[in-house]
Design a protein around this ligand. Structure first.
Ligand code: MSP
Length: 637
């Protein structure tokens, strides 16, 4: 699936739902996009990398309710976690889009109106099987033993009038397009999957949700009683971020668009999205690159199993470079892969510490010892030992093809083949023997030069995957990464004073007791879910007061909420999500801390005039109370 290399490159990740914190799966897709982005930039293509968060829909509203936040507070918080995470994983995106951005919302309205005006959206009553977890209707055929394949719960039959998008009209066009463009969806297994799905008649897509059921979304421009279905809203991010319809970035980058997604969202990207684009008169994307799923210790990652991998924890223990290398090396793009920590440690010790790290330190040590750390001049010498030059050229060529084809693990295995050739070259040419004889200096010089030049090329090749190591390695040779053209043989300058070597990757001691590892982890422990920093002035805006609960009662139909009357120097009604932890009797007469200038909010039909502060961790909740007698109304600083 080789692609011709143009001078423009546009790559996107899915925009992630904000109903869960970022995990290994999100990290993988985003690192893939980052690696591809850095590679194409290194090839001097003008490149753009988009990521972001998908913030509308039922799921978000439910998650916000669970955490006692408004949808807006909640999406700001989780979107912030994603935005804060990426720099820690050395991800350098060009733009972060949120579907709550006003620009995006306007573009969605614009496109809906366009498709509506063209007659491809119609209004109809529909009765169907709806899964609230997936926020979509299912056909009987799609259910497994009558339950939702993702949630394992039976869907509910609901009947409502809605707007539908005539996808069926475009089915034959899409089949023809996929057949005429073999790399439109790649790898091939996913192209085949979409084609086989398209053998059955395509249902029209319900693209609205009545506001009676959901208000957290983008209103339909032609009917204010409805909001837009999340997928119709979310997919448009790929062009709204570029300033569609007349933004300069749209004009420049959209014709070269490549999406990266996992197999879970093949259908919206392989079917809905191209049809939406076609119906709106917009050219379709160039490639949809689909990868498999990371499982953990051979099972699906899931909150209920408790095996969700936090990328920041791994980064803190093993370092970001090793983590990125492992992800790119271990997964064959397109297939599922298994994550386990011992495989990660094995890769660090053998590929990074042993093969690469030792090669760097051995080579530099020899250059120091035999040539005082100065790159030898071989311009007048025969360079007979340059099997390394041929090996380097082969490695660069194969690497280049694989990187363009998203075959990252293959690209890296070509690089590591080259590393093995270099290590063998040292053993075969035995520089320490040549150094024993002063008349062999002209033989020794090319060996050391070839090795140093090989390191320079390696340093360049690893840049997209391990940018920091690449920088460190090249700094030893007084070089900088980031230019593929500089990877041709023979550019290392004679006379360069080399830096002293350092350990690039310390070996991980596999014999250390789990306790020692835990202690290390504790010492390096950092908060991973810290909200974005605010200034003192911003904090000062919050008015916190001591209050006393005068009365409390359960709220009908709610398992979580208690209605409190609190004296904070004036009487307030406050709805608090503490009913699972405090009975009305437990809380009456307690002194509490109240956020007193919070905008009132409606909860279960009651106006809540403030918020009671509590420490909340998983299923535990403990309200904050002053440890000494202080009058109500006292300010909390
Ligand atoms: N919001 C939609 C995408 C809209 S794009 C217009 C969505 N969000 S998501 O948060 O559920 O992210 C799904 C994506 O996260 C997958 O397609 C994949 O990129 C990544 N992954 C989530 N779990 C994963 C694994 N276990 N393994 C690999 N990647 C996975 O769907």
């Amino acid at each position: 699936m080789n692609t011709a290399c143009d001078d423009i490159f546009y790559i996107t990740t899915p925009i992630y739902y904000v109903n869960a914190k970022p995990h290994l799966g999100h990290a993988y897709t985003t690192i893939v996009a980052d690696v591809a982005y850095r590679f194409h930039k290194m090839k001097k293509q003008e490149s753009f990398f988009l990521t972001g968060t998908d913030e509308h829909g039922d799921k978000v509203v439910k998650a916000a309710q669970n955490d006692n936040m408004t949808p807006k507070e909640y999406v700001d918080y989780i979107s912030g976690l994603f935005q804060n995470l990426w720099p820690d994983l050395s991800v350098q995106y060009s733009q972060f889009i949120r579907t709550t951005d006003p620009n995006h919302m306007q573009t969605v309205s614009f496109i809906l109106q366009k498709i509506y005006d063209a007659g491809d959206i119609y209004f109809s009553e529909y009765e169907g099987l709806y899964c609230f977890g997936c926020e979509r209707f299912y056909t009987e055929r799609e259910l497994i033993d009558g339950v939702c394949p993702d949630h394992g719960t039976p869907p509910e039959t609901i009947k409502e009038s809605n707007y539908f998008f005539k996808m069926s009209d475009y089915q034959n066009w899409l089949i023809d397009h996929i057949k005429a463009n073999p790399s439109f969806i790649r790898p091939e297994r996913y192209r085949n999957e979409v084609l086989s799905f398209l053998k059955e008649p395509l249902d029209d897509l319900c693209i609205s949700r009545p506001k009676s059921r959901l208000t957290w979304g983008i209103s339909l421009p032609f009917d204010d009683n409805y909001v837009t279905y999340v997928w119709f809203d979310a997919l448009i991010n790929y062009i709204s971020a570029l300033g569609f319809p007349d933004g300069k970035n749209y004009e420049k980058f959209w014709p070269k668009a490549q999406h990266v997604v996992a197999k879970d969202i093949l259908k919206p990207h392989g079917i809905y999205w191209p049809i939406m684009l076609k119906a709106a008169g917009i050219p379709v994307y160039q490639h949809l690159n689909v990868h498999g799923y990371w499982n953990v210790d051979n099972s699906k990652m899931s909150k209920s199993i408790g095996n969700v991998v936090d990328p920041l924890k791994l980064k803190d223990i093993y370092g970001i470079e090793a983590f990125r290398y492992f992800l790119m090396r271990e997964m064959t793009f397109g297939l599922d892969a298994d994550f386990n920590e011992s495989a990660l440690i094995q890769r660090i010790n053998s590929d990074l510490a042993n093969d690469l790290g030792n090669l760097v330190s051995r080579t530099l040590a020899m250059a120091q010892k035999y040539f005082k750390g100065i790159v030898p001049d071989i311009s007048d010498l025969r360079n007979d030992h340059n099997a390394i030059e041929n090996a380097a050229e082969q490695a660069i060529k194969n690497y280049d093809i694989c990187m363009q084809d998203f075959a990252f693990n293959k690209a890296l295995s070509f690089v590591w083949d080259f590393i093995s050739q270099m290590n063998r070259y040292i053993d075969i040419s035995a520089p320490w023997e040549l150094a024993k004889h002063s008349d062999k200096e002209d033989d020794l010089k090319p060996v050391i030069y070839n090795l140093l030049e090989g390191l320079r090329i390696l340093g360049g090749l690893i840049y997209p995957v391990m940018p920091l190591t690449s920088e460190k390695m090249l700094a030893l040779l007084k070089e900088k990464p980031g230019n593929f053209n500089q990877l041709s043989w023979g550019q290392l300058k004679a006379g360069t004073q080399l830096e002293k070597s350092m350990t690039l990757f310390p070996r991980i001691d596999t014999k250390k007791s789990p306790k020692e590892t835990q202690q290390k982890q504790k010492a390096e422990k950092k908060l991973t879910n810290l909200k974005p920093e605010i200034t003192f002035e911003e904090f000062q805006k919050i008015d916190l007061r001591v209050g006393k609960v005068i009365s409390a009662e359960k709220i009908k139909d709610s398992k979580k909420l208690l209605k409190l009357t609190v004296d904070i120097g004036e009487i307030r009604t406050i709805v608090a999500g503490i009913s699972r932890h405090y009975s009305p009797d437990d809380i009456i007469d307690k002194k509490v801390v109240v956020a007193a200038n919070l905008k009132p909010a409606q909860l279960m039909g009651i106006t809540s005039e403030g918020m009671v502060l509590a420490a909340v961790k998983k299923k535990k909740c403990s309200v904050l109370t002053p440890d000494q007698q202080v009058p109500v109304g006292t300010s909390v600083q």
